[in-house]
Design a protein around this ligand. Sequence first.
Ligand code: ZN
Ligand code: ZN
Length: 467
Amino acid sequence: MNNKKVKIVNTNQDNKDGALICPSCSSSDVTYDIKKKVLKCNYCSFTFDEKPNSELIKSIEQENGEIRGSGTINIKKNPKKVSLICSGCGSKVIINTEETLNQRCHWCHSILSVNKQREDGIIPDEILPFSIEKEEAIRKIEKFIQKKKIFGNNKFYKEYNKEKIIGVYLPYVLYDASGHAKLKGEGEKFFYPFRRILQTIFSKNENIYKDSKVYDAKVYKISRDFDFTLNQLSTESNKEYQNNNIINSIMPFDTENCVQYNSNYLYGYRYVIRNINIEELKKKAAKQVRGIIRYSMHPYIKKYNRGVHWKEENIKINSERWTTVYLPVWLYSYKEKDEIDYIIVNGRTGEINGKVPLNKLVNDLSAIVLYSFEIVLIIIIIIFWINNPYNKIFVVATVLIGIIMVLTLFFPRILKLIYHRTKSRHFYEKETKHSIKNIIQEDLYMKKRYNLKNRKIEGCNDSKLLD
Ligand SMILES: [Zn+2]
Ligand SMILES: [Zn+2]
């Protein structure tokens, strides 16, 4: 990025600390109505909502340089207590922003909120309000854990309490970028040389080509030169939740529906505070942009069925934009030994995932039962085999059972994998909206390569992600 000056979009100019007044009756009892998905006055039932910030939804292609919402401020302080004067009755109300951003005044019941962005980074630019109701989240969580009951930990089921399911806003950073990319490399496609055709026809071995497992390919020098745009690449911005597999697996969120932040959306919900600055996310974003660009080239390199090795990747960002947001999840957390585990429901899509602790005894026992069953089976097969020594079926069966027995040794591990889905990552390259324009494609035939051992071109990186 050559342009050093960062343009800040003020996303917080109208937000004041204190009471949010109903535009219709001036009551200060305004909360988020999840059924109607709007802010609602509990006194006169008037509804209204926040709109997205017009500066933040401008097409990134038409921008220049680096843009940031004012909610991306570098974090300089820890959250602390904020004292407000109630506009309803004049009493002093103290809000501990580490835990909540709203407090009802004891005397007149006005809802007072902390809305102004400050140096603790609590107030983001935008928010994506919940649309999945708590009852639905409870149903989903109960169905989810019910399915895992056979091998699940009894204590977990005994202690399950739906009251502990809470709505939480998690801090994310959204990144838009637009620029120009020039990729150069080599692509290869398989071909069937004439002599191979002859070999196949005249050779006694009909499948000489297939059997030998060698390939022949035509080599092309290729380049792809194009403009690209990507929208709302999302990254966790709390260290504890970063790269969390369970959260990754409930992505994506429909972040295009974010609206300007207002603390009254948070009334009755919790939040996790951002503790990562934009500068710390830049390296990761740059890698992911490269990943998205490689992915976006797939339709343009289709004919290279032996793959492409990109040797040069010049990516120039012309404009980029950073926005901080709160995204909604329903969370059931519990402590197992010293570890806190979660079951989590996407507050927009209802996508669910989580970790149910395994019942060690049941798992060990079922492995033993399975193993004994297999031993009995193998003995029976061997007895039959001895009686029919020339029947090949028994050889196959013995080998098969042997393989299954070895697999059974991994039974607890396989179960854990199914139960805990530990390998889930954020499929950002598929989930981030992106587009390619003005592409210039050059494909120059170079030479042929014969008798290649690998199915993939050497150095193949057209799908390789840097994560
Ligand atoms: Zn009202
Ligand atoms: Zn008051």
